[in-house]
Design a binder for this molecule. Sequence first.
Ligand SMILES: O=C(O)C(=O)C[C@H](O)[C@H](O)COP(=O)(O)O
Length: 232
Amino acid sequence: MNHLRTTNTSNETLRTMATTLASTDATVLARLRQTKIVPVIVINDAEDAVPLAAALTEGGLACAEVTFRTKAAGEALRRICAENPDMLAGAGTVLTPQQAADAKAAGAHFIVAPGFSPAVVDYCLEHDIPVYPGVCTPTDVEAALAKGLKTLKFFPAEPAGGVNYLKAISAPYNMVEFMPTGGINASNIGAYLAMKNVVACGGSWMAPNDWIAAKAFDRIREATRQAVEVVR
Ligand SMILES: O=C(O)C(=O)C[C@H](O)[C@H](O)COP(=O)(O)O
């Protein structure tokens, strides 16, 4: 019982923190709504960070999710934030509070993850950094709601059932907005963005790993330009 009470109190405190966070969050969300696409990037060599950010920005997307799947992620994000202060730069694949701390130190404007980690969410709420954890089931959505979060990543969007699944899962939760990611590309993004409760979609199709590894920044700039055309 005591344990239950402690947990409830703590969730209430976190909900208050989520409200305090709302103004920063509103700025990030407004920018996400504007760009409509969040390029998901995997950087193995921090030297690629700035030219990659330039290719995305010149292609029309001043936004990126730097995934914490590589050793270079923190340094890559730090360089992007330092050299491109106008870019909306988030950290992705944030699986631990330590990675969230590293992302915050690097200058991340927001944090996303493939799944719902209470420890990562708590860290972000306690440290005033917008967080959009991944959800895929009603149970995940309700765990996020209990923390006061109302913008959630829907991952993995296409393998989980795509737009039809998202319509079904979002029906009971009209207070929640989603950022679908996973298997999204130029041919299916329109259907997601047509949904009123979709803020933006994440995707790696304009900057796949092999193009980054090959330093094919012109190709990434062109694919980004085409992606922007599709959602215009
Ligand atoms: O790591 C995270 O935080 C995630 O949520 C997963 C990524 O966003 C997807 O792996 C991108 O998926 P693709 O566009 O299909 O390559």
